[in-house]
Design a protein around this ligand. Structure first.
Ligand code: DC
Length: 230
């Protein structure tokens, strides 16, 4: 049955806020695979920068960040309460804090720093060495695991993505405006697609999943069908 067969690497890339992590987490559960949200790793580094005045007035102090990289420890720990792999920064669970809009607004320039990418990509490759992993991000199928057995490129209409993110943040009590979220999503798409270092692009052999009008269950079934065919 699913999950007992030869384990594979599933790479899920795509645009911001199209539900990659939700889908990847659930697929990993169903297959009994490990789920790694690589965006959480870039967010944790961003949180470190915000707390340590490496980002000031929206500007990343690149040299200062590079000089501090050896002080930044990002890892994952299983949280039995939520059944989630929470992200930890230097011994502290920061799973909730990294989702704040302030982090979203500053993460793109941090993730464009080559040294940050090299550090996190090598951690990610280490985590996927034994396969049986579902990893989501922007460069998983192109850079981290170019030989992944299954590559999916997820996207959805910007308005649909903005509404979903707005609902998620307001349900957690964060006071945000829909317009602010929509423009952050569009800015991040642009930044991710045009940066020099590992820009977001669909791997040639990735299969596109536009989930604008799909339910979560429809997406799970679509992916599990692909897995079953491998
Ligand atoms: O998936 P997310 O929105 O949590 O990701 C946060 C940011 O991190 C996103 O704007 C781009 C960056 N990112 C990246 O550059 N490479 C990855 N593999 C994952 C995320």
């Amino acid at each position: 049955m699913l999950g007992n067969e030869k384990k594979i690497v599933i790479a899920i890339d795509g645009h911001s806020s199209c539900g990659k992590s939700t889908v990847a987490r659930e697929i990993a559960r169903k297959l009994n695979y490990i789920f790694i949200d690589t965006g959480a790793m870039y967010r944790a580094v961003t949180l470190y920068c915000l707390r340590n005045h490496i980002i000031e007035n929206g500007f990343v102090g690149r040299e200062k960040l590079i000089a501090n990289l050896d002080k930044i420890r990002v890892s994952f720990k299983y949280n039995p309460g939520t059944r989630n792999n929470d992200v930890w920064l230097n011994g502290e669970n920061v799973e909730n804090e990294i989702r704040l809009l302030e982090v979203s607004q500053n993460v793109s320039p941090v993730s464009a720093v080559a040294q940050v990418r090299h550090l996190l990509v090598s951690l990610q490759q280490e985590m996927g060495k034994s396969k049986g992993i579902v990893m989501d991000g922007r460069d998983i199928g192109t850079v981290v695991f170019p030989k992944a057995e299954l590559k999916i490129f997820m996207t959805a209409l910007p308005d649909v993505r903005a509404q979903r993110r707005f609902d998620e943040l307001t349900s957690k009590g964060e006071v945000v405006s829909y317009e602010e979220i929509r423009s952050n999503i569009l800015e991040r798409d642009h930044y991710d697609e045009t940066r020099q270092e590992s820009p977001l692009r669909k791997a040639e052999d990735a299969i596109v999943l536009d989930n604008s009008y799909l339910t979560k269950e429809e997406q799970f079934d679509w992916i599990l069908n692909l897995v079953a065919k491998i």
